[in-house]
Ligand binder design. Structure first.
Ligand code: FEO
Length: 137
């Protein structure tokens, strides 16, 4: 469902790898949510969502440290976007999610992947040239 496209490339190999991993985790979650609802998949959904959340936090920290190290001037605005996303994903009500499993999981997943895709295309692209000009690929 969430396919990597060349337009997502920031031309920095480690960042591209991490962004690809985020999409892969999103696809893993999508597969679980889409499976037959004959069985309760709540635990599996929560576990994978946790994995996606943790990896996102790891990626944001990596990216922020790299930008800070090279003196990227728009870092504060960029960090604010990261923080708002983490806050949103951390505030998920698991009880409500359990009761409305499929719909809530799908809505949440769509939100997460839309957000990540848009963030990469708009905000992350802002540092592409900056890092490349510093010799970071
Ligand atoms: Fe790749 Fe700013 O997240």
């Amino acid at each position: 469902m969430f396919n990597w496209k060349d337009e997502y490339s920031c031309n920095v190999s480690e960042i591209d790898l991490q962004h690809k991993n985020l999409f892969e985790l999103g696809n893993k979650l999508y597969t679980i949510v889409s499976l037959s609802q004959k069985y309760d998949r709540f635990d599996e959904i929560v576990k994978t969502l946790e994995e996606l959340r943790n990896y996102t936090i790891y990626h944001f920290e990596f990216e922020e440290n790299l930008l800070k190290l090279h003196g990227y001037e728009n870092i504060e605005e960029h960090k604010k976007q990261h923080e708002a996303f983490i806050k949103k994903v951390t505030s998920i009500d698991e009880e409500y999610m359990d009761l409305n499993q499929k719909k809530v999981s799908m809505d949440l997943l769509t939100f997460i992947l839309d957000w990540i895709g848009n963030h990469i295309l708009k905000t992350d692209m802002g540092y592409k040239e900056f890092l490349n000009n510093k010799g970071i690929y």
